[in-house]
Design a protein around this ligand. Structure first.
Ligand code: ZN
Length: 328
């Protein structure tokens, strides 16, 4: 591992991260990403010393140098995470650096754009419980177009246009459809449409089998975190809707590990069973007591962070639960 390159990619990532913060704070507020950054409290225009990623926050202990008001923890967090993701992308692709330099550059370029978009999607969904179309569709389009561009592995490393395999070509739509279906039958209450748009990109970026794995991991991570929150902070009721759905998929996985179709049936059936229960008079009592979630209300849990976590695990560690052909 070339440590210098690794550090370079980390620093580059943290700089991009500080730009992503600007986008995240200004998106949908009518402000453009141009113009100098100012302190939110005293309106002082920030100088270069205030804008060094991660370092400035640590050096000035998270406070504005002039008015001492607290600066959002989002700044260093996004810079650090983007830096780590960029360094990770380099580490993952490093074996290609001398083997096929063109492919190395191309893989890195696509992956870095995707990582930046994933940071935007995750943080925005976490804060506002919605995935902006602009971010989700850009991720889908970048992943879709990248599938068609390949680099030859012969002596002459040139770009060429290739038609991807069928399973790859339709991966985005196949993985997005179940989310769309859940959104449609529940009129947006079980699942948001944003998750379907995000699944488009996941499918095209990772392919069908790995993309399916990423989504299932997303459900499992959601379940794990929800169970922890329910144990530690039982008063936060919205988290109750995930464990049941996710644990059903986990039970299915013990029985039959390699078919995506079973998972979607399990997810749908458990949502539907919970929904039928909430409609009964017994179910209404359970909702009042806070034992089961109210599925007639829109979810207050952002699901994108879980999906993105699943994607990152699959991308960086190459885990794959499904074989490509076993969709049904
Ligand atoms: Zn200030």
């Amino acid at each position: 591992m070339n440590i210098l390159f690794l550090i370079f990619f980390f620093i580059f990532g943290s700089i991009i991260g500080s730009f992503l913060n600007v986008v995240l704070f200004r998106y949908n507020t009518g402000r453009t990403v141009g113009g100098r950054s100012k302190c939110f409290s005293c309106k002082r225009t920030l100088g270069p010393i205030d804008l060094v990623p991660i370092f400035s926050f640590l050096a000035f202990r998270g406070k504005c140098r002039t008015c001492k008001s607290h600066i959002s923890f989002q700044y260093p967090a996004v810079e650090l995470i983007t830096g780590l993701l960029f360094a990770g992308v380099y580490a993952l692709n490093e074996p290609l650096i001398f083997l096929n330099t063109t492919l190395f550059m191309y893989n890195i370029a696509v992956a870095l754009v995707v990582m930046a978009l994933l940071v935007l999607i995750t943080v925005y969904d976490f804060k506002h419980k919605i995935i902006p179309d602009a971010f989700a569709y850009t991720f889908a389009v970048v992943s879709f177009v990248a599938m068609f561009i390949q680099v030859s592995t012969s002596e002459v490393q040139q770009f060429y246009v290739a038609i991807p395999e069928m399973s790859q070509l339709f991966a985005g739509v196949i993985l997005a459809f179940p989310f769309y279906f859940l959104w449609l039958v529940s009129r947006g209450q079980w699942m948001g449409l944003g998750d379907a748009k995000l699944a488009l990109g996941i499918g095209w970026f990772l392919g069908l089998a790995k993309g399916g794995t990423a989504i299932i991991y997303g459900f499992w991570i959601g379940a794990l975190l929800s169970v922890l929150i329910i144990i530690c902070r039982p008063e936060i009721s919205p988290f109750k809707r995930f464990p049941l759905v996710s644990l059903t998929t986990f039970a299915i996985s013990l029985y039959k590990i390699d078919t995506i179709g079973y998972y979607w049936i399990a997810i749908f059936v458990s949502f539907y069973a919970l929904y039928i229960l909430t409609k009964s008079s017994y179910g209404k009592k359970l909702i009042d007591k806070g034992i089961i979630p109210n599925l007639s209300a829109k979810s207050e849990i952002p699901f994108a962070p879980f999906l993105v976590a699943g994607l990152l695990i699959v991308y960086f560690f190459g885990y794959n639960t499904f074989s490509i052909l076993s969709i049904i």
